[in-house]
Design a protein. Sequence first.
Length: 202
Amino acid sequence: MLMVRRLAIAFLVLFVLVASILLRLSFLSDEETDRGIILVATNFGTETTTHADFVDKLIWNTKLHQKATLKIFLGSYVLLMGRKGFLVKAPPNYYIFIDIYFYYSLNQNEKEALIAHEFGHIVYEYNLIDKLQFKILYKFDPLGKRRNEILTKYQIRADGFSAENTSPAAVISLLNKLYLIDSEDPDHKMRIKSLNRLKQGH
């Protein structure tokens, strides 16, 4: 019994050590990737300060570090990167990149909902286990089922943050435009379901 316990402890220590090393490597890789994305996306976009007051309010309300900066860039990011809106972190600097054509398809409430959603990813970062799982599953989960579950979980959290700082209706309206072609996407359905619960006060 004692031997089994010692083996279990040794296995746990080894697992934590290996996980720490893998996580450290993934951070280094992410940092390099993020620097490259920032370099490309800022050079192919234009910074906008239209939402500066709203961004300042978000920073103040979340007590983000006083030296933190959040810059918003508009560009042809669907064409360049296949994405309508995304956040890149380089603390204390954060960048939100929004496809310019998608941006101008939104009304003011939807624009703020999108900005608040991306900001929500600063507030709700991946925890250690989810980050490690995501990195491993990226290589060993060809169907991506578990990866999608992790992604959706954090999308829902960011949606919730956005709804608190705008309104559930604004976020729902944004998502309906975001998933205009893919309205039956499981991710879309789960996010809308969560927002409807917030809208009803649950």
